[in-house]
Design a protein around this ligand. Structure first.
Ligand code: ZN
Length: 435
């Protein structure tokens, strides 16, 4: 078999804005890692391709989760209902100090299995022991953009973190048949000094990789930065040149002045919007409709499982649309298609990936199939509305990444789900006792 042919399926390619082309029925041919052709009756042309029957299914690009800390699955449900600073400093950070390589490996595997089972084919991760994350990504077949999280401490430790980040990029960028890409990950302006972030930016430019950072997440952060530097977080980052000469993925961007919105738009900064995390930590409401109107590059993310508490992009899409409709008291803001683009094509651009996120010919074959034969998916007046407003993660039946099937009929092919759950439960219980 030299390829895959998904036959007679409803296709949502997310590659155009034409009303009559947003969805249609046809076939998708995949050769090696790429989309070879999208059209009608392709079976005669690709006779030796393995057939995947697509009747009663919807086929679309896989979801791109633009911001998470995958192994935080280990702290799922461990600390909830707290203000962000207390949540971080009293619960999360003390626990994270005791994380081991094993915790990160199995926690990431747990996250990947959850993500694949809910249709995510790419994720952007920032955490520690990133080699373990990279092993888990490599083995599972998913696509990921990985950053070693950096928190400023003292001169010696800061220098070590830079060297480790550099080694990580040199070791992993482009590995896993090109599925793994890397960025440098200064945590935030309140945990890294401007001088340190400048150093990190310089190294990122030398290595030819982007930057993944948290920006303007909470009001307390804005106040803290203003009192320390007489500038707001995004103004401060602009003043040190963070946004020039290389891609930046900025998570959250909740509290923004008009000037800061312009800075983000003019520099094409990739924004990861995480509505459920922002709601759960009561961080605030990002001005998403204004950002989109101004042409900002925005994708969707779940953030870590400790502040969500799952990694389900279908839930995130639905929440995103509903959250902004009610917060603006305007049901016309954020159409289903806008949200769908944010979770696929735009999300890929937020990660700096141009060959992922649509079903256009030549794009990487990261493809998911939904089972439409469900009561909550019937009738099918508008498949895009059904995906954004009605679908559940259990409807995702097949997942293909880089042209390889990694889930078929809801069974994970490259991962041992039972073993992952067993190890994650055991290590998770042990982790909170170590604190
Ligand atoms: Zn985060």
């Amino acid at each position: 078999m030299s390829g895959l042919l998904i036959r007679d399926t409803i296709i949502v390619p997310v590659d155009n804005e034409k009303k009559d082309k947003l969805w249609f029925t046809g076939d998708v041919a995949i050769e090696e890692s790429k989309i070879k052709e999208v059209g009608k009756n392709l079976q005669g042309k690709y006779r030796d391709f393995e057939i995947i029957e697509g009747k009663n299914s919807l086929t679309m690009p896989g979801f791109v989760n633009c911001h998470t800390h995958a192994a935080m699955t280990m702290l799922r449900g461990y600390a909830d209902d707290l203000p962000i600073i207390e949540w971080l400093s009293e619960k999360i950070w003390p626990c994270e100090e005791h994380l081991t390589e094993k915790d990160i490996y199995w926690g990431t595997k747990l996250a990947i299995s959850e993500m694949v089972k809910s249709g995510t084919t790419t994720f952007a991760d920032m955490y520690s022991f990133m080699d373990q994350v990279a092993y888990a990504v490599d083995e599972s077949g998913i696509r990921a953009s990985l950053s070693r999280g950096i928190i400023g401490k003292d001169e010696e430790k800061d220098e070590l973190a830079l060297r480790e980040s550099e080694e990580f990029v040199k070791e992993w960028h482009g590995k896993g048949e090109g599925r793994i890409t890397c960025m440098l990950g200064p945590h935030a302006p309140y945990t890294c000094s401007p001088a340190y972030i400048k150093k990190i930016k310089k190294l990122a430019n030398e290595l030819g990789v982007g930057i993944h950072i948290h920006l303007a997440e909470a009001l307390s952060e804005v106040e803290d930065i203003k009192s320390r530097y007489k500038m707001r977080p995004i103004e401060l980052m602009d003043s040190i040149g963070l946004f020039t000469g290389g891609h930046v993925l900025a998570a959250h961007c909740v509290h923004l002045s008009k000037e800061e919105i312009n800075i983000l738009v003019n520099n094409n900064v990739g924004i990861a919007h995480n509505p459920q995390s922002n709601m759960k930590l009561a961080s605030g409401i990002a001005p998403l409709p204004i950002l989109l109107e101004k042409g900002a590059l925005v994708g969707l993310g779940t953030d870590g499982a400790a502040s969500n508490n799952n990694l389900d992009m279908l839930e995130e899409m639905r929440t995103c649309a509903l959250f902004h409709k009610v917060s603006t008291m305007d049901p016309t803001v954020l159409s289903a298609y806008q949200v769908l683009k944010m979770s696929t094509r735009e999300g890929a651009r937020v990660l700096g990936l141009n060959d992922v996120g649509t079903l256009a010919v030549g794009q990487k074959a990261d493809v998911i199939m939904f089972d439409l034969k469900k009561p909550h998916m019937t009738p099918l007046h508008d498949p895009i509305a059904n995906i954004v407003y009605s679908a559940q993660s259990a409807d995702v039946k097949t997942v293909i990444v880089n042209g390889k099937i990694i889930m078929k009929d809801r069974s994970l092919i490259t991962m041992d789900e039972e073993k992952i759950i067993f190890e994650a439960q055991r290590l998770g219980e042990d982790l909170v006792k170590r604190k």
